[in-house]
Each structure stands twice: as structure tokens, then as C-alpha cells.
Write a protein that binds this ligand. Structure first.
Ligand code: PEP
Ligand code: MG
Length: 672
């Protein structure tokens, strides 16, 4: 037996490429070879075992060789370590004078990554201008005519924007335009403006004063849905004023490509992304779920939110770097950092193209573990896009789109026709239909809601469906009748109590018997912590779980998911959320059931290795993210992800989890 104690001087320690080279060399010898570090002793021919030692730079390991060719083996390993195990240690020592990645992040502002990609460019600081104009009254006829013409023109512009973006943005996101058109034709609002004109105010003054009053009224209401309408009103206040006065405003996006810095963005600001050369978006406020984030992702524009006031206050260079993968902005990059970021931008573009080319292939890790990557959809048009982007199926059909903006609920036949068309469009791929998830903050005119102080803790999801049983039964009948056109599963949202599950399941079974259709898989969403605590009970009964991390995070951390100031708390990589995902997966797998993730977390590049490592069977994500998510999974090693998941479960904060994953990704990038 021969032994050797030796220091590992590679900058990543015994990780990444050096570890892989070490193992490959060890495998060439017949002798048994072991590496000892601390209290652990592992087989040197197993990469994963070697990685578990976590040998850091300049730490000393002990190598033991025993058996045939032990001398040669030890000498070869010693030489390989001294030669750098594939790293040029000399060159690395020199370049260590400027550790690029660390410098980039230390010099930068860290926020929340809301849309992936890396970009370099000039900054355009967007400050919303609040127009305040005083115009003298002419005559009733002239003012009325001016108002009518301006409103018509703005309606027309909105319609044109909508048409121009139809192929770039999902139908669901185009609904912003409908909301604006609706407000502009709101009779009450128009009557109030006309009344002011008749009282002798100019159209400009009347429009401002009525809109300002409405904005004041609605701002005082503590309801997230209404808050969104306030943003729309602001938006329309400015658009119509500009139209009436011919002012273009000082905030037109420039024609050259820019990175937009702003406090926050209104819906129409975000729409301007699609019509201008926007390289990236950095916001003081914002969140992963607001309009600008949704549109940035849909248009493939890297974006970072929650960067705090420093974003607009700190000094910055002519060119800045924005990293929407890790969520930071470097305001004063060095030339070396700019060069490196330019290279990363090019790599990112190539990666996106390759990912799209391979989109149809399955997402299998390098060691053969497959994860389904499905689409979250909310309209019939989404089906086609999901298929084009390589979705293995639909992991979440948000059926709310069939119910909102209507005075009466959709009939069974209307719903049947849509579900049928979707199943046919999916051509054999499975559709997971989530039954109506409405309530509290998302009212429907045909449902009798009471005023709730905490709508997110009120009559939502399955609670509401069980109260409005006829609407629920109609939806289930339509869905079950449509099943003959393809493969469908049904799931119930917001289940937090066993009796809710039991009642919903019983109703479904009654309808199945009544319609004489064959049974289909039935599951529930895991988005209420009580369902996680009782996951062992639920797992016996369901066919699958789908974890809604958006709601699970809000309920776990007690932070309203639409809160304007608390967006930075809402990180699904919080260990408290991850531990719940782990429990859900482990209980489901004990009973042979599968688990999907259908919240935003599933498309977060930092979360993906952790979720894969936790054993999640399916990631259901926004459509544009599908090729990239698949591509990322194909580069992962399942064993290594499992070890990573074990490590991050021990972290104390979401920040710690993110830092640990980024460190792991850097170490592993050279292996992969
Ligand atoms: C979730 O809560 O994560 C989810 C997917 O449901 P929704 O976002 O529609 O509430
Ligand atoms: Mg939810």
C-alpha cells in the first residue's frame, strides 16, 4: 500500500474539471485508490464521491493506492496534481489579480432576477413625467370634439399596438390592451368629463381632474386588483393628455439600443419594449409577476427588479452590465469585465438558439434522469406556441381565462369546445386542467362575493368552487366529456384541508359515473402549507401533486404576492419553501405518485438544479422558458443535483441558497 499527502492548489479545489481529470486518471489503474480528507475516505474512481469531500483550494488530501500498479498510480496522480489537473496553475495565479466574477458581483447592485439573459449597454433613465397642463376653455363643441377625437385616436393606437404584438406576446398578456380600451369607453368616466366640460372647463383640464380624482379614490383601496387599475388609469391619463396637447413628453425611448433604468414601469411603458430596442430592464421596484416582468420574459429581454434606490442614485459608467440570470447590475464595470460580459452575451445568444433547435428533445440529465418540461398556458392560442417551444405537455392550464371579463359563466358546451380544441392541438401530449381558481382578489361579476379584509385568506380556489357547486360541476362535466379527444388530468387548486379534497373528488366521481366516462388521473395543487404538513395523507389518495410555488411562498412567508414593497421577500428558494418541496416529493414518491412544479420558480435558472435534485418529476413553466429549461437540465448531473439539494436544505436564508447554487454552478461549469 502506498500513500501520499498532497495539497490541491487549483482555484476551485478538487471540484469541476480537476476532479473529473483526477477520477479519469485513477480509473486507468487496476489498484484500489482512495482519497481521504477530514473524516471521510472515498473511492477515487467515483467523481460524485470525490466531490462530496468538498476539498477547497490549498487543502491537503491523502491518497492511498493498493494493489497492482500501486506505485505507478501514485506517481501518476502526484504528477497530475502538480501539473494542475488540467488547469494552468501559473496562468491562473496571474489572472487571480483580477477575479472577474467576484469583482463583477461585488461592484454591482444585487436585486431579483426576473427575466434571464446578460446584456451590456448604455443606460436610458426613464422617469415618468406627470403632465400637468392648464388649458383655457374655448366652446362646449370644440372641447367635446377634442375629447372625442383624442379618445378615438388613443383607442386606435392601442388597437394597433395590440395587432403589432399579437405574434410576440401571449394572448393572456395582450389583455392589458383590452383593459385600457375598456377604461376609455367607460360611460361613467366619460359622463364625468363631459359634465366638467359643460361646466366650462377645457377638455384637457376636465380629463386631468376626473382622472386624478379616480386615481386618488382607487389608490386608497387596499386591494391588489384595484391597484393594477390605478396603474392603468395613470397610463391613460398621460396618453390622452399627450394626444390632446400634441406633447410627446421627454421620456420617449431613444432609437438606439439601451438598458432601461426606472423606478417601476406602467403597462404601456412595458409595451414600448416590444417597439424599441431595449437591451435590458433594471427596476428599483417591480417583482417577478408584474407586467414588465411578464413582458420582458415573453420578449426575451433580460431584467432585474428590486434594485433599491441606489440604482438611480449611484454613479455609473457609460456602459453597464445587466445580468438577468443572477440578478445584478454592474454600474461601473472595468474594461475586462465589459469584455467578459460581451462574451457571455454572445454565449447566451448561441445558447438560446441551440436550446430552441433542440427544444423537441426530452430533458434528460447527463446521467440519464428525465424531467418532464411542460407549459403553463391560459388560452387556446398558447397550445400552438407551447408545442413549437418543445413542451412535453401542459402542466398547468389556468382556466380562469374562460370566466373573466364575462357577465355570465361559460356554458358547458363553450368550455367543452375549448378543452377539446386544446387536447387536439396537443396531439397526444397530456393537459393538466386546473379547475377554476378564482376568488377574493379576482372577483367575477356572476359570483356573489362578500367584502374580505384579507382576500388571499378568503374564498379562493377550491373553497369557492365548493360553494358555487353548479359552476364547478359544469366545468368538470365539460372537461370529462372532452377527455375522449386526448390525454387529460384534472387538478384542484388551493386545497388546504382534507375534506375539501374529499368533497371535490366525490363530485368528480359522481360526474364520471353519470357520464360513463373512464376515470382519469386526479391531483391537487400544493400551495397551502397545511397541505404539505398533511402530504403523507394526501399522497395516499391523489394521483399526483403540482406545487404552486407562487402561493406556497406567499403563505409560507406571510407576504402578499402582489405587495409593492415586499417583493424582495418573495423568493421561492427560501429554505422554508424548499423543505416543503422536499417533504411533498418524498411523501409522493413513497406512494408512487409524481410531483410537478408549476409556479414561477420552475423556470428560475438558479432553482432548476435544486428542484431536479429534490426529485421533482415535472417542471411546468412559462412558454418562452421551455427550451432553456430543457437545455439546462440536459447539462446537469442528477447525483450532483441531489447533493446540492441536500446542502441548500441546510441554508438559513434564500440569499444563502442562491449564493451556494451560484458557487456550485461556477465549480461545475468546467465539468460540463
Ligand atoms: C402558484 O400559486 O404557484 C400557481 C401556479 O398558481 P397561480 O399563480 O395561478 O396562483
Ligand atoms: Mg396559486
Amino acid at each position: 500500500m502506498k500513500t501520499l499527502q498532497i495539497s490541491i492548489d487549483n482555484p476551485t479545489g478538487l471540484h469541476a474539471r480537476p476532479a473529473k481529470n483526477f477520477v479519469n486518471l485513477a480509473k486507468k489503474f487496476k489498484a484500489d485508490i482512495f482519497v481521504e480528507f477530514g473524516e471521510k475516505k472515498v473511492n477515487a474512481k467515483s467523481l460524485i464521491s470525490l466531490l462530496t469531500l468538498g476539498v477547497k483550494p490549498h487543502q491537503v488530501i491523502k491518497i492511498t493506492c493498493e494493489g497492482e500498479g500501486e506505485d505507478e498510480a501514485l506517481q501518476a496522480l502526484q504528477k497530475a496534481i502538480q501539473d494542475g489537473l488540467g488547469d494552468d496553475l501559473q496562468a491562473l495565479k496571474q489572472s487571480a489579480a483580477e477575479p472577474l466574477n467576484t469583482t463583477v458581483r461585488e461592484a454591482g447592485l444585487v436585486g431579483m432576477a426576473v427575466s434571464p439573459g446578460i446584456t451590456v449597454g448604455k443606460v436610458f433613465e426613464y422617469r415618468r413625467e406627470n403632465l400637468s397642463i392648464d388649458m383655457a376653455f374655448r366652446s362646449n363643441e370644440e372641447e367635446t370634439l377634442q375629447l372625442e377625437n383624442s379618445l378615438k385616436q388613443v383607442q386606435k393606437n392601442i388597437q394597433q399596438s395590440k395587432l403589432a404584438l399579437t405574434h410576440q406576446i401571449k394572448a393572456e398578456d395582450l389583455a392589458i390592451f383590452d383593459a385600457h380600451q375598456e377604461i376609455l369607453s367607460d360611460q361613467n368616466l366619460l359622463d364625468e368629463v363631459s359634465h366638467q366640460i359643460r361646466q366650462g372647463h377645457s377638455a384637457v383640464n376636465a380629463w386631468q381632474s376626473v382622472l386624478d380624482e379616480k386615481i386618488r379614490e382607487l389608490s386608497a383601496v387596499n386591494n391588489s386588483l384595484i391597484r393594477d387599475r390605478v396603474a392603468d388609469l395613470y397610463d391613460l391619463r398621460e396618453r390622452v393628455l399627450r394626444e390632446m396637447t400634441g406633447r410627446t413628453g421627454n421620456n420617449q425611448f431613444p432609437s438606439e439600443p439601451v438598458i432601461v433604468f426606472a423606478q417601476s414601469l406602467l403597462p404601456s411603458d412595458a409595451i414600448a419594449f416590444a417597439q424599441h430596442k431595449i437591451l435590458g430592464v433594471a427596476l428599483v421596484e417591480g417583482s417577478t409577476t408584474d407586467h414588465s416582468a411578464i413582458l420582458s420574459r415573453a420578449l426575451g429581454i433580460p431584467a432585474v427588479a428590486q434594485l433599491k434606490d441606489q440604482l438611480l442614485q449611484a454613479e455609473r459608467a457609460e456602459q453597464v452590465i445587466l445580468d438577468g440570470n443572477r440578478g445584478y447590475v454592474n454600474l461601473t464595470p472595468t474594461q475586462a469585465e465589459l469584455d467578459r460580459a460581451q462574451q457571455e452575451t454572445k454565449k447566451w445568444e448561441t445558447l438560446k438558439q441551440t436550446a430552441q433547435m433542440n427544444a423537441a428533445a426530452k430533458a434528460q440529465t447527463v446521467d440519464g434522469h428525465t424531467v418532464e418540461v411542460a407549459a403553463n398556458i391560459a388560452s387556446n392560442e398558447d397550445v400552438q406556441q407551447a408545442v413549437e417551444k418543445g413542451a412535453d405537455g401542459v402542466g398547468l392550464l389556468r382556466t380562469e381565462f374562460l370566466f373573466d371579463k364575462r357577465k355570465t359563466p361559460p356554458t358547458e358546451e363553450e368550455q367543452y369546445n375549448i378543452y377539446k380544441a386544446m387536447l387536439r392541438g396537443l396531439d397526444g401530449r397530456t393537459l393538466v386542467l386546473r379547475t377554476l381558481d378564482i376568488g377574493g382578489d379576482k372577483p367575477l361579476p356572476f359570483i356573489n362575493f362578500i367584502k374580505e379584509n384579507n382576500p388571499f385568506l378568503g374564498e379562493r380556489g377550491i373553497r369557492l368552487c365548493l360553494r358555487e357547486e353548479e359552476i364547478f360541476r359544469t366545468q368538470l362535466r365539460a372537461a370529462l366529456c372532452a377527455t375522449e379527444n386526448g390525454s387529460m388530468r384534472i387538478m384542484f387548486p388551493m386545497v388546504g384541508d382534507y375534506e375539501e379534497w374529499q368533497q371535490a373528488k366525490t363530485i368528480l366521481q359522481e360526474i364520471q359515473t353519470d357520464l360513463k366516462v373512464s376515470a382519469i388521473e386526479v391531483g391537487m395543487m400544493i400551495e397551502v402549507p397545511s397541505a404539505v404538513v398533511l402530504a403523507d395523507q394526501f399522497a395516499r389518495e391523489v394521483d399526483f401533486f403540482s406545487i404552486g410555488t407562487n402561493d406556497l411562498t406567499q403563505y409560507t412567508l406571510a407576504v402578499d404576492r402582489t405587495h409593492q414593497r415586499l417583493g424582495h421577500y418573495l423568493d421561492g428558494l427560501h429554505p422554508a419553501v424548499l423543505r416543503q418541496i422536499q417533504r411533498t416529493v418524498s411523501e409522493a414518491h413513497k406512494h408512487g405518485k409524481w410531483v410537478g412544479i408549476c409556479g414561477e420558480l420552475g423556470a428560475d435558472p438558479t432553482a432548476i438544479p435544486v428542484l431536479v435534485g429534490l426529485g421533482v418529476d415535472e417542471l411546468s413553466v412559462n412558454i418562452p422558458a421551455i427550451p432553456l429549461v430543457k437545455d439546462q437540465i440536459r447539462k446537469l448531473n442528477f447525483d450532483a443535483c441531489q447533493q446540492l439539494a441536500d446542502q441548500v436544505l441546510e441554508c438559513r436564508t434564500a440569499k444563502e441558497v442562491r449564493a451556494r447554487v451560484h458557487e456550485w454552478q461556477q465549480n461545475l461549469s468546467s465539468i460540463l
